[in-house]
Design a protein around this ligand. Sequence first.
Ligand code: GDP
Ligand code: GDP
Length: 437
Amino acid sequence: MGLPVVAIVGRPNVGKSTIFNRLVGERIAIVEDKPGVTRDRLYGKGEWLNRHFHVIDTGGIEFGETDEILTQMRHQAELAIDEADVILMVTDGRTGVTDADQELARMLNRTGKPIVLIVNKIDNPDMRADIYDFYTLGLGDPFPVSGSHGLGLGDVLEEVVKHFPGGEDEERDDDVIRISIIGRPNVGKSSLTNAILGEERVIVSDVAGTTRDAIDTPFERDGQNYILIDTAGMRKRGKVYETTEKYSVMRAMKAIEESDVVLVVLNGEEGIIEQDKKIAGYAHEAGRAVIIVVNKWDAVEKDDKTMLRFTELIREEFKYLDYAPILFVSAKTKQRIHTILPKVNQVAEAHSMRVSTAVLNDLITDATIMTPPPSDRGKRLKINYATQAAVKPPTFILFVNDPELMHFSYERYIENKIREAFVFEGTPIRIWTRKKT
Ligand code: GDP
Ligand code: GDP
């Protein structure tokens, strides 16, 4: 289930993160620059000829206990072997084959996973003769690439997608709502999962030798089908990399990417810390519908203002998530657990809602009459036409005379007008401006 995973491995400085940025590039460039929204560039989504996949830069994960290159690489290789459908091994054409390359190739070779060998830093065609030594790694044809110039990656991707399981992208059943429950350790994700699933909890046996422990649980409630996507930390297998924070972040990001609705869980007892904001930021950036769930509400000493104060705190700390509804629950006493799925249904509907072009344009016209668009040096922004280009999340395109004249604050104003007119609770809205005279 889910998209195929491509993992990038290789010794330090061969160009892994450069290649990673090339593979996921455009998508990350889209994200908004707002305080509190940080990004970790070790996990992203790539696309090649309509085939979508996840990319992991294993080099971005540091294993604290050692500086030793070989040990680091061993952990990276383990992670790649466990997580990936295809492994990209990156080497450096300028240094030639090193002992560390050979050691890594040996580790990878034993696994039987498809491996594509990249010789990076081949910046011009004259250097192509340098790649033949790399056949000695026993990983098949080396692909010459220049990560910094973006050369050769098409051939690599063509080879990579050949190894993807199945033929086409998996057809997503649109009637199913995919949910993930994310949050830092101990906020109560597992307890919430159990509370939501109740009797219907599917018990999964531990089969020796299985490497994939991400298990998605399908279930049905009141005629609606859901899939609960397993997140990191629920089951611990004890490998070194699994205890690193970046690994759990990576797993959370993968779950977020695969879901329609993300439940961001906070610990009502402990309040909000930096890590909560980071995790919530990923959900927002990924364009998923979001519900903030404050758990352990039973353990909070309350008066009649406590809920209001916590709400204000959340609004203050998660400014960019102002569209997300907040639920105060207890997985332990089951208080308000029954409100979660109806809310999930609501935000999922908003997330995939379409607004008709005629209605949208009326709304924009009214909005621009009420508050005229910004102008600069005598030239005023003119919105000629608007249309909703996509759902999940709802994405609107404004065709304007000059996109440079658009201000963030005016974009925000338009977004607010759209939100006033339609129920987009729980979903981010994207607004793009394009030039059209
Ligand atoms: P990583 O440690 O494997 O992630 O390597 P980086 O992506 O950080 O790259 C290491 C160094 O190699 C950086 O200085 C890059 O600018 C450089 N580099 C990466 N790709 C290329 C390339 O295709 N050609 C050249 N000449 N330099 C590259
Ligand atoms: P996870 O690491 O996020 O999956 O958190 P767990 O579900 O394992 O819960 C961590 C701890 O918090 C456990 O000791 C739970 O019993 C406790 N816990 C979970 N939910 C609640 C709750 O609603 N109220 C209280 N008081 N404790 C809870």
